[in-house]
Design a protein around this ligand. Structure first.
Ligand SMILES: [Zn+2]
Length: 264
């Protein structure tokens, strides 16, 4: 878990840098201060610790670095650890089932992409298309591994395909409809694309429903005070972060959600 946390923090740092690099179209490898261009030394680049020791300020010009960096590092560290602790097939993972290890690895890579999308959408209210496409590819790979696992362990089950179709209808389908119906006023096309990997990884109609519901609820609760404060009637809401948060809750607690549905 400590190793996962350290890796998570390092990749969180990487994700935040990638968001900036994509935004600035700057492929230079070295991290630098946005204000004075001070090139970060290795000891300025230690995730979380450097930020804390520098008090969130540039070593040279003392201008604040911003909260996104540390939040991204801490957030991904927590997400990496939680993914292991709350993994729905935890027992199989611990027993080193090959399929679960492959799924877990794909999930962690997906989390890094989600972190880039999260930071980018929160900062600039859009999501970079190459990252969205990479996320879709990972989502498909995740679903295929899970599909093969089900075939190997339980035999072919057409419900897997029907459930996937249901999930696709609920998440990307609904968001694409909202995007078209509102002429991009309510949701952006990026949200609809982000829903593809979410639906592939949930792979279940009901889980997709819960994800849709939770994302909208988290989004409303957090954005309502902001929207009122800004007095903007049609403020653009970066919805990607809420979709990702809703997805994570539903993914981690999917057994509870499915038991709840099966209880009816
Ligand atoms: Zn500086």
């Amino acid at each position: 878990m400590i190793i996962l946390g350290v890796f998570g923090a390092a990749f969180g740092s990487f994700a935040c840098c990638q968001a900036w690099r994509i935004y600035k179209h700057d492929k230079s490898a070295r991290s630098h201060c946005m204000n004075c261009s001070y090139k970060l030394k290795w000891y300025d680049n230690i995730p979380v610790l450097s930020w804390l020791m520098l008090g969130g300020k540039c070593r040279k010009c003392r201008k604040p670095i911003g909260a996104a960096e540390i939040l991204s590092e801490l957030g991904l560290a927590v997400a990496f650890v939680l993914s292991f602790v709350l993994w729905p097939h935890h027992q199989q993972l611990v027993e080193l089932c090959g399929f679960e290890i492959a799924k877990f690895a794909l999930f962690l890579i997906q989390l890094v992409l989600f972190a880039i999308l999260f930071v980018y959408d929160a900062k600039w209210k859009e999501m970079p298309v190459p990252i969205l496409i990479a996320s879709c590819v990972l989502g498909v790979a995740f679903w295929v591994v899970n599909f093969i696992k089900i075939i190997v362990l339980f035999g072919f089950d057409q419900m897997t395909l029907i459930q996937l179709a249901g999930a696709m209808l609920i998440l990307p389908g609904f968001y694409y409809f909202m995007y078209k119906a509102s002429k991009e006023k309510w949701v952006g096309s990026g949200d609809a694309i982000l829903c593809v990997p979410l639906a592939m990884m949930l792979g279940n109609f009901w889980l997709a429903m819960f994800c849709l519901f939770l994302s909208n609820m988290i989004g409303s609760v957090i954005m309502l005070p902001v929207t009122i404060a800004k007095k903007e009637k049609h403020a653009m809401i970066p919805f990607g972060p809420f979709l990702i948060l809703g997805f994570l809750v539903v993914y981690y607690f999917q057994v509870l959600f499915l038991n709840f549905i099966n209880g009816f």
